[in-house]
Design a protein around this ligand. Structure first.
Ligand SMILES: [Ca+2]
Ligand SMILES: [Ca+2]
Ligand SMILES: [Ca+2]
Ligand SMILES: [Ca+2]
Length: 316
């Protein structure tokens, strides 16, 4: 096939030039989207309550998965790429398509699409961040610690359970400093970048990585009684997705996963804990849909603290 557009990444930075010699035809967009994402970016300052400090800030595109050195669409956010679901006999437009638990969690628990064998007593009640009591019980997230709210950050490392499950990780095991695949990048960093914890991907192109910088700013009592943190979401790769309607969005109070064609649901979370004394940690979240657009490579993301809601309380 004749290549009509050729992206050039200059100096590893985000600058991208399109040497477009002719018009881009619609039929070429599908192949274009496969190798060139667009990007969401944004920044903001966060003012924390007195005696609270920031443990983690995470930004995750719930509609992308890095697999085998490339970036793939995951239209239903369950952690399995669309194409992989079709091959395995899952429904790529259902978060739980072959049983009571999330499709990716089913693969982690059974090693095959044998979800009917996951036998737990549960009601299907959802928490604020994408899991229900079936996922939580099947993954053993209800027995390890006595968190006020279960299924948010069971292993207390600040990485959200849903994010760990989507990566096929271990939400009940504090393994954030492990380097399972020996690529020199610990699991915590891999979750931050959206890369694979089980595959050497040091040579993964930068355009497939999520890049977020978080730094504590100097205290300023005039502006904030507590700590001030500067968050810079430098890039979140976006890909082409299918239309997704999640029936749970009608009944669940928290995270919404439905999106239009090309929509990418970005979940941002942060976890705070008390600096001194007793008390629980808190997990806050914000979700928004950003449209992947090959014609407009950079899409603004609203990172403002006012867009965040409390997901629940966990042990610090
Ligand atoms: Ca999927
Ligand atoms: Ca699915
Ligand atoms: Ca965790
Ligand atoms: Ca690693």
């Amino acid at each position: 096939m004749k290549r009509l557009i050729r992206p050039l990444v200059v100096g590893g930075a985000n600058l991208l030039l399109l040497s477009a010699c002719t018009q881009v035809r619609l039929s070429d967009l599908a192949s274009f989207e496969k190798y060139q994402p667009s990007f969401a970016y944004g920044d903001s300052e966060f003012c924390l309550a007195e005696n609270q400090t920031l443990m983690t800030f995470q930004a995750t595109n719930l509609n992308t998965v890095v697999r085998g050195g490339t970036l793939l669409a995951d239209s239903d956010s369950d952690g399995l790429p669309d194409d992989e679901e079709l091959k395995l006999g899952f429904d790529h437009l259902l978060f739980r398509s072959r049983g009571v638990v999330n499709d990716r969690l089913c693969m982690s628990l059974t090693g095959q699409p044998n979800c009917e064998s996951v036998d737990v007593q549960c009601s299907g009640t959802e928490n604020a961040l994408g899991l229900n009591d079936c996922d939580i019980k099947a993954a053993g997230l209800d027995v390890l610690y006595d968190h006020p709210d279960q299924g948010l950050d069971t292993d207390k490392d600040g990485i959200i359970d849903l994010v760990e499950i989507r990566e096929g990780g271990f939400p009940a095991s504090k393994d954030d400093q492990n380097d399972m695949d020996g690529d020199g990048v610990v699991n915590r960093e891999e979750y931050s970048q959206g890369t694979e914890i089980r595959r050497y991907d040091r040579d993964l192109p930068e355009r497939y990585r999520t890049i977020v910088e978080v730094n504590k700013a100097p205290d300023d009592p005039h502006r904030c009684a507590g700590q001030i943190w500067a968050v810079k979401v430098k890039q979140i790769p976006l890909v082409g997705t299918e239309l997704y309607n999640d029936p749970r969005d009608q009944v669940r109070p928290g995270l919404k996963l439905s999106h239009p064609v090309r929509g990418n649901v970005i979940l941002m979370t942060y976890k705070t804990r008390p600096i001194t004394g007793q008390g629980n940690g808190q997990i806050w979240y914000s979700h928004q849909t950003v449209a992947h657009s090959p014609e407009n490579i950079y899409q603004a993301l609203q990172v403002d603290q006012s867009g965040f809601q409390l997901a629940g309380e966990v042990l610090p």
